[in-house]
Design a protein around this ligand. Structure first.
Ligand SMILES: [Mg+2]
Length: 421
C-alpha cells in the first residue's frame, strides 16, 4: 500500500499556525509581488475567491469579509514543510517528497492492521506536532492514493484519513471522479478523452489496453494500470534529475541600474547552481535573460538574452555567478526598465558518467570544488545567503511583499514571544 499525505491549503495553513486568531477566518496568500491569490483557506474558497485571481479584482470581497491577506513567505513554508516531513518519517520506512506540501509514503511491508486508523493517526499527529492539517489517502497504487487523499478534503467525517482498497469502493469513487483530475492525465489528453467519450476515471479504466497504449503511450498506459490497482509507479521513478533548471522573478519595481540588475541575475545563478548541485548535475549551457514590462506598451520594449557555454560542464558557484553578471553587463541598456529576469541552465548532464576534458587544470578544479563545497556547508548551517559574492549585492530579490508575515520559525528576531502569568 501507498499513502499520499497532502497538506490542506498549505500556505494559508502555515500562516495560521502562528496566528491562531485567524482560525475560522478567511485567509489568502498572494503570489510573488502580491499579484494574485495562490492559496486560500476553506473560508476564502467559500467566498468564491478563485485560485490565480488578481488581488485588485477581489479587493471588494476582501474588505467586506475581513479576509486576512498575506504575501508569500517561502522561508516559513519551507520550514513548515520540513517539519511535516519529519513527522511523516516516523510513520513509514520510506517517504518521498513530491512537492512542498505533498509526500508519498511507502507502506509496503508495514505490519499495520487497520490502515484507515493509521492514516487518521498520521493526520492527527501531524496536526498536533506542526499545526498543519493533512489529508492522508491510502490505496494500492500511488495514483489511487492521490484520489483517496482528495476524498478526505471532501468528507471531513474521514478525519483526514481515507483507506481505499476494496474493488467495489474504488469503482464507486472512480465513477464520480473527473478524468482530468487524475494524476498523470495531461491537459493535452483531456481533449482526446472527451472526443472518445471518456468523462470519469472509471471510463478511462474501461478503455481497451491496446488503445490506451496506442493513443496515450507509456505514461497513459501506466496511469491506466495504476487506476486498475496495479502499482507501476515505484518509489525511485519520480526522482529523475531535471533536464533544465530555471530561476526567474518579476521585480516589484522596474530596474534601471546595471549594478542592480547584475546583483539580481547573479543571485538567480547562485540559486540555480544550488539546485544543480543538489541533483548532482553539471550545467553545459546557461541562458541569462532580462525583459521589460510588456504591459507598458508606450515604453521601449526589449527581451535580451545571452547564452554561455561551459564545454566541460560546471557546478561551480563562482563560475556561474561571474558569468551571469558578465553577460548581464553586456546586454544591459539604459534605455529600458527591466521588469523580469532569470537564469536557465538549458543543458544539464548528470555528473556521473560525464567525461571532462583531459587537459583541464586538476588543481584549479580541486580548488573550485572545495570552494563550492564550503559554500554548501555554510548554507546548510546558516541558511542561504549567509555568504554572498560581491556582485550579488545584498543578495535580496527586489520583490514587493507588503503583507508578509514574520519568519516565525526561521529567524531568531521573529520568534513569537509568550507572556506567562
Ligand atoms: Mg495541498
Amino acid at each position: 500500500m501507498f499513502a499520499l499525505a497532502d497538506c490542506n491549503n498549505f500556505f494559508a495553513s502555515c500562516e495560521r499556525v502562528f496566528r491562531p486568531d485567524l482560525e475560522g477566518r478567511p485567509v489568502i496568500v498572494l503570489s510573488n509581488n502580491d499579484g494574485c491569490a495562490v492559496a486560500r483557506s476553506n473560508e476564502a474558497k467559500a467566498l468564491g475567491i478563485k485560485i490565480g485571481e488578481p488581488l485588485f479584482k477581489i479587493r471588494d470581497i476582501v474588505e467586506r469579509n475581513g479576509v486576512a491577506v498575506f504575501s508569500s513567505n517561502y522561508a516559513l513554508y519551507g520550514d513548515m514543510s520540513r517539519r511535516v516531513q519529519e513527522v511523516l518519517r516516523d510513520f513509514a520506512p520510506a517517504v518521498e517528497q513530491y512537492s512542498i506540501d505533498e509526500s508519498f509514503l511507502d507502506l509496503r511491508g508495514l505490519a499495520v492492521e487497520d490502515l484507515a486508523a493509521y492514516a487518521r493517526r498520521i493526520a492527527a499527529v501531524c496536526r498536533k506536532m506542526t499545526g498543519i492539517p493533512l489529508s492522508v489517502g491510502v490505496a494500492p497504487t500511488k495514483t489511487l492514493a492521490k484520489i483517496a487523499s482528495k476524498l478526505c478534503k471532501k468528507y471531513p467525517k474521514l478525519e483526514g484519513g481515507c483507506y481505499m482498497h476494496r474493488p467495489e469502493d474504488i469503482e464507486k469513487v472512480l465513477r464520480k471522479f473527473p478524468v482530468e483530475d487524475v494524476w498523470g492525465i495531461g491537459r493535452r489528453s483531456v481533449r482526446k478523452l472527451a472526443q472518445m467519450g471518456v468523462v470519469t476515471a472509471w471510463d478511462y479504466t474501461r478503455l481497451k489496453e491496446y488503445d490506451v497504449r496506442k493513443i496515450f503511450a507509456l505514461p497513459g498506459w501506466r496511469t491506466w494500470r495504476e487506476l486498475r490497482g496495479e502499482p507501476c509507479i515505484g518509489f525511485e521513478d519520480m526522482v529523475e534529475p531535471r533536464q533544465t533548471i530555471c530561476v526567474s522573478r518579476s521585480f516589484a519595481k522596474e530596474i534601471t541600474d546595471m549594478t542592480d540588475l547584475c546583483s539580481q541575475t547573479a543571485t538567480f545563478a547562485e540559486s540555480a547552481a544550488a539546485k544543480l548541485r543538489k541533483q548532482d548535475s553539471l550545467a553545459l549551457e546557461m541562458a541569462v535573460f532580462a525583459m521589460t514590462n510588456r504591459f507598458h506598451e508606450d515604453e521601449p520594449q526589449a527581451f535580451s538574452s545571452r547564452l554561455t557555454v561551459f564545454p566541460d560542464g560546471t557546478d561551480d558557484y563562482r563560475t556561474v555567478v561571474v558569468a551571469a553578471a558578465e553577460v548581464t553587463r553586456a546586454m544591459f541598456s539604459r534605455r529600458y526598465g527591466y521588469k523580469k529576469a532569470g537564469v536557465i541552465f538549458t543543458r544539464v548532464a548528470s555528473r556521473e558518467g560525464f567525461t571532462r576534458s583531459l587537459f583541464r587544470d586538476a588543481d584549479a578544479d580541486m580548488r573550485e570544488a572545495r570552494l563550492s563545497e564550503a559554500l554548501d556547508g555554510i548554507a546548510a548551517s546558516y541558511g542561504r545567503g549567509a555568504v554572498l559574492f560581491g556582485v550579488q549585492g545584498d543578495g535580496s530579490v527586489k520583490m514587493s511583499q507588503e503583507y508578509q508575515s514574520p519568519h516565525y520559525s526561521t529567524l531568531w528576531s521573529d520568534i513569537p514571544k509568550v507572556k506567562i502569568g
